[in-house]
Ligand binder design. Sequence first.
Ligand code: NDP
Length: 264
Amino acid sequence: MSFQVEGKVAVVTGGSSGIGLAAVEILVAEGAKVAWCGRDEARLAASKLYILEKYPHANIYTSICNVLDKEDVKRFAQDVKQNLGNVDMLINNAGQGRVSNFENTQDEDWMKEIELKYFSVLHPVRAFLNDLKDSACGSITNVNSLLALQPEPHMIATSSARAALLNLTHSLAHEFTQYDIRVNSILLGMVESEQWKRRFETRSDPNLSWEQWTGNIAKNRGIPMHRLGKPEEPARALVFLASPLASYTTGSTLDVSGGFNKHL
Ligand code: NDP
């Protein structure tokens, strides 16, 4: 069964790398028209090249855009509409986590983290809302973290901001049923990313392979599946929730943590 997104228009914020790029690739492979953004020009260009080399006929649009800049996001939304048409699926993926505990998190760090987690979603939702209202299958899918339900003291600000995003996602889901726009999120555990690759380069035991090194991290952290997730694993969950296949699902979360969740 396909994701039923052929000919539909999708936007992936932070689509130039990792999970976002994996979601872009699935959507393109499934015949969707896909727009994505990021801040770094070289990374964005490389992601565009990667997609076009694999899918030369892909119908895509990319643009530099900082999701925390309201005017930039507004301009991005207008450009997407002009280039690809009315947007059906918005995937809010752009962002990063902050490693810090209470004692070494300054007020400005809290402000930055709260701004990132709220406004990386609020600005795109505002900018694309009219498109989504006009779509026959409008959806918003937010990348969130298991930290929302299972806080970690060494990521105190991220955990608490993630909980706020989960709450916000539920409110949007309920408010937007009147427009037939579904709003869902995925809760991530630990997924292979550029950050992990950089740490691997400086690992204390150079004899360890990537699989051994990440496997050890997963075991030490107590991840039951004994490995980190691969970007395409959460990406598939994102595309499912965004797609018409999930037509009766809103206000829901999908756990993609390799069994790391400890709550019922
Ligand atoms: P990556 O760093 O590989 O990708 C993040 C993407 O977001 C990049 O394309 C980056 O591009 C973009 N981005 C970041 N900030 C902005 C911004 N302000 N405006 C526009 N684009 C932005 O990370 P992952 O793929 O691992 O992470 C994807 C999402 O999943 C993030 O929100 C992350 O917090 C979340 N997450 C990841 C986990 C993991 O274990 N990997 C765990 C829990 C949550 P650029 O820097 O060029 O702007």
